[in-house]
Design a binder for this molecule. Structure first.
Ligand code: ADE
Ligand code: ZN
Ligand code: ZN
Length: 260
C-alpha cells in the first residue's frame, strides 16, 4: 500500500471512530439540565447535595459519567447511558440488556442514594451518575433503535461535514446555536407552576416512553445522507430546548424525592 493510501485509510478509520464512539448529550446539554435542576430543588435537597458534592454544582458534575467512559475500570457503566426496545413492544416485555440499561441504571442510583447504609463515596458516585442519566433520558435517541445504535450509524451531513443523526441531536444542533449552558438555562421557556407540575408528573417509564415517541419523529425527520443545515435547526431546536427544560425539572423532582 502506498503512503498516500495508508494515510487515507487512517483518516477514514479515525473518522469512523469519531462518528460512532459518541453517545452523549454534549457537555452543554447536560450542564443546562443540571443548572435548571439546581433552580428547582428544595433548600433541604440543596443542603444535602452541597454536602455530598463539597459545593460543586450539578452543572459541573453532570458530565462525570461521560468522562469516566475512557477508564476501563468504569466500562460496566457504559450500557447505563441508553435503552433500546422495539417501537411496537414495551420495555417490560422486551429483551433486556443483561449488563443493564438507562432504566436499571437510574433505578440503581436512586436505590443507593436512598439507602441509609450506603457509604458517602457510593452516594457521591451514584449522584453524579443520576444527574447525567436523567439528562440522557431526555435525548430522544437514547431511547432509539438498537439496530442503528440510537442513530449513531445513520450518516448525515451537518453544514457540509460528515456526522450522524445521534451526534446531531447530542451536540451539533446545540453547538450551532452558540449559547452557553447558563444562557440556555436563563432563556428557557417561562412556565407557570401548573405547567412545571405537569412536566414533573409521571414515573420513569412514562418519561422513557415519551422519549421513545419523540425518537420515532426524529427518525422520520431524515434519510441517510441528508444534508442538514439551518432548516433542520429551525424545525427541531425547540424540541431540544424543551427536552433540556423537562430534563432539568424532572431531575429536580427525582432529587427532591430522594432527599426529602
Ligand atoms: N450509544 C451507543 N449505543 C447506543 C444505542 N444502542 N442507543 C443509544 N445510544 C447508544
Ligand atoms: Zn451519557
Ligand atoms: Zn448521546
Amino acid at each position: 500500500m502506498s503512503i498516500k493510501n495508508l494515510f487515507a485509510l487512517i483518516v477514514i478509520i479515525g473518522l469512523q471512530f469519531s462518528l460512532f464512539a459518541t453517545d452523549i448529550w454534549g457537555p452543554t446539554g447536560h450542564r443546562t439540565i443540571g443548572e435548571i435542576a439546581s433552580e428547582h430543588i428544595t433548600r433541604k435537597t440543596r443542603k444535602k447535595i452541597e454536602k455530598l458534592l463539597n459545593g460543586q454544582s450539578l452543572a459541573f458534575i453532570s458530565t462525570y459519567a461521560d468522562e469516566i467512559k475512557s477508564d476501563k475500570k468504569f466500562r460496566k457503566y457504559s450500557p447505563w447511558h441508553y435503552v433500546n426496545f422495539p417501537f411496537d413492544s414495551d420495555y417490560e416485555h422486551s429483551h433486556k440488556n443483561k449488563k443493564g440499561d438507562l432504566i436499571t441504571g437510574i433505578n440503581s442510583c436512586i436505590k443507593i442514594l436512598k439507602d441509609k447504609t450506603s457509604s458517602k463515596n457510593d452516594k457521591v458516585f451514584h449522584l453524579k451518575m443520576l444527574v447525567h442519566l436523567i439528562g440522557d433520558l431526555h435525548q430522544p435517541l437514547h431511547v432509539g433503535r438498537a439496530a442503528d445504535k440510537g442513530g449513531n450509524t445513520i450518516q448525515v451531513q451537518w453544514f457540509g461535514k460528515g456526522t450522524n443523526l445521534h451526534h446531531v441531536w447530542d451536540i451539533d444542533m446545540i453547538t450551532q446555536w452558540e449559547m452557553s449552558y447558563t444562557e440556555l438555562a436563563k432563556t428557557r421557556n417561562k412556565l407557570t407552576k401548573i405547567q412545571i407540575k405537569n412536566y414533573q408528573k409521571g414515573k420513569l417509564i412514562d418519561w422513557v416512553l415519551e422519549s421513545q415517541t419523540l425518537a420515532k419523529k426524529v427518525y422520520a425527520s431524515v434519510k441517510p445522507g441528508y444534508k442538514l443545515k439551518y432548516k433542520y435547526s429551525y424545525l427541531h431546536l425547540q424540541t431540544v430546548r424543551i427536552q433540556l427544560q423537562k430534563g432539568g425539572l424532572r431531575l429536580a423532582k427525582v432529587l427532591n424525592d430522594i432527599f426529602k
